[in-house]
Design a protein around this ligand. Structure first.
Ligand SMILES: [Zn+2]
Length: 548
């Protein structure tokens, strides 16, 4: 009787909010009360009954609770406030089980307990590391946030493995990071598989930090949209389909968004000869996608202009790539995917600034119409380019997009592109390489990345590299550097020839395009990085209008 009473009390104490997120490939936030058994949960229960694994009125619901490591060796680990509250509800049973089940829980590790409380079939205790670690100046990120993202992601995946379709997540002192960990950690692209991972609904446990939780859901959903677009095969995400997906996503966010899907004749009229020279090698029609988000109360306020490389498949063209791992080049539109997803998120967050997104979308294929090494093409601003390597096509499409970006009186231009293998060689997947002519813009990007954990590292834009692309036999510029070394830097130097604004940053995201196991809260696959850093940059620029 006493136990029953305690459980009843506990049930009342474990107040919960009604926000949940569905983890389909293109997740959407829905509002749903948790006090009733949802259709999915009921279905789940029946399924389990059929397997004979469980019976009776068991609710298949998970709960993730955080645990901080002890400060000193002989001290006990410390629950978060939600963990503490829950432990009290079960009369200290959770801490008792933790003690007898093994050594102190390490950072990013989990321990799972079943049948402790009638509301939750599984309790996953996740190790958060030391409390209040703060910003690590050598790692350039906030350690607390990273630890929470990782621990929550691992916990949520365990719940998913148990085919539990609903989980409540302890905010762990930073509800945004917890939401990001949950939603990023659960994402998997399985749209084209018959056997899919169970959809897990994630909800905040309690109501502490509900606004931050909602923000985290949106940030993570944004990154997942980029992952979805990048991971999807090139025969599914063509230029036309890419534009349609973004248009569809933006339809629901409000009337202050306009989408222009520019076709080939528009691109020709703009004299984007450099972009067209790449597109003409494929039968797939090019698109120039142009998005306007007017979040500022002043419609004429100079916009932040995002530009993204949108090569939906890159074979290399006549300078064809080796066939091993060529499939990964379906993600060569990562720049377009991340900047468009960042704008979708900025619009959902209703950030008070104006943003324009520009993405030249096409395929780079070899054919009788494709660019040949030595061909000379003319960009929108009249500059001629000798195409000595048809696989250096990203800079060709970006050249025209950057020229066009200048026509909007931009406050700043930020381009993102999976541009060079050399960037991956230089930094691997640790950080996006940033080449910028603006210390102020750099400072914003850098500070944004400390919060998101999706890091940036500044790279040089020296004249040294410019000389290696302007020394060209047939044209004003060569699309590859004179020497093999410093390929990411010569590519950036090439782009600089199409920029005259004082605040421009080029983000080479080739190294962070895919995740093997480096970022623990992302599964293996296309990473959608650095979408959250771009959103955070937009947030900063919306708050500090005088800074740039
Ligand atoms: Zn290429």
């Amino acid at each position: 009787m006493r136990l029953l009473l305690l459980l009843a009390k506990g049930k009342a104490r474990l107040a919960r909010n009604a926000l949940s997120v569905s983890m389909a490939s293109l997740p959407s936030v829905s509002t749903r009360g948790r006090s009733t058994v949802t259709g999915k949960q009921a279905e789940n229960r029946t399924r389990w009954n059929n397997h004979g694994k469980a019976s009776g009125n068991i609710l298949f619901q998970g709960l993730i609770l955080g645990l901080f490591a002890s400060e000193k060796e002989n001290e006990a680990s410390q629950f978060t406030s939600a963990g503490d509250a829950f432990d009290k509800v079960v009369s200290g049973k959770l801490s008792e089980l933790l003690t007898i089940s093994g050594p102190p829980l390490k950072k990013g590790k989990t321990r799972i307990f079943h049948g402790l409380h009638q509301d939750f079939s599984s309790i996953v205790v996740v190790g958060l590391g030391k409390k209040g670690a703060g910003v690590n100046d050598l790692e350039n990120w906030n350690e607390d946030k990273e630890n929470i993202r990782t621990a929550v992601a691992v916990g949520c995946r365990q719940v998913q493995d148990l085919e539990v379709t609903s989980v409540e997540v302890d905010p762990c002192g930073d509800a945004q990071a917890a939401a990001e960990g949950a939603v990023l950690g659960l994402f998997e692209y399985d749209e084209l598989k018959q056997k899919k991972k169970p959809v897990v609904e994630v909800q905040l446990h309690g109501s502490d930090g509900i606004e931050a939780w909602k923000k985290g859901l949106m940030y993570a959903k944004g990154q997942n949209l980029a992952r979805y677009l990048m991971e999807a095969p090139a025969n599914y995400i063509t230029p036309t389909r890419f534009a349609a997906v973004i248009e569809e996503k933006l339809k629901s966010v409000g009337s202050n968004v306009t989408v222009h899907i520019r076709d080939k004749s528009w691109i020709e009229a703009q004299q984007m000869g450099s972009f067209l020279s790449v597109a003409k090698g494929s039968d797939e029609l090019p698109i120039f996608l142009e998005i306007h988000y007017k979040g500022s109360s002043d419609a004429n306020e100079p916009p932040l202009v995002f530009v993204g490389k949108g090569i939906t498949f890159d074979s290399g063209g006549i300078s064809i790539k080796p066939s091993a791992n060529m499939d990964a080049m379906r993600a060569d539109m990562g720049g377009a995917a991340t900047i468009c997803s960042a704008i979708v998120t900025a619009a959902e967050l209703k950030l008070p600034l104006n943003i324009i997104g520009l993405t030249p979308l096409c395929e780079n294929l070899p054919s009788g119409k494709a660019n040949k090494p030595g061909d000379v093409v003319r960009a929108m601003n009249g500059k001629t380019i000798q195409v000595d390597n048809t696989d250096a096509e990203g800079r060709l499409v970006l050249a025209d997009a950057l020229c066009y970006a200048h026509s909007f009186n931009p406050r700043a231009i930020v381009d993102a592109a999976t541009l060079t293998g050399a960037m991956d060689v230089a930094l691997g997947s640790a950080a996006t390489g940033v080449f910028t002519n603006s210390d102020k813009l750099w400072n914003h990007l850098y500070k944004a990345s400390i919060l998101t954990g999706d890091r940036v590292w500044r790279m040089p834009l020296f004249e040294h590299y410019t000389k290696q692309v302007t020394d060209c036999q047939l044209a004003d510029l060569n699309n590859i550097g004179k020497y093999r070394s410093g390929g990411a830097c010569t590519a950036a130097a090439f782009l600089k020839e199409f920029v005259t604004v004082p605040h421009w940053a080029h983000l080479d995201i080739a190294g962070v395009m895919a995740n093997k196991d480096e970022v623990p809260y992302l599964r293996k696959g296309m990473a959608g990085r650095p979408t959250r850093t771009l959103v955070e940059l937009a947030t900063r620029l919306s708050q500090e209008k005088e800074s740039i």
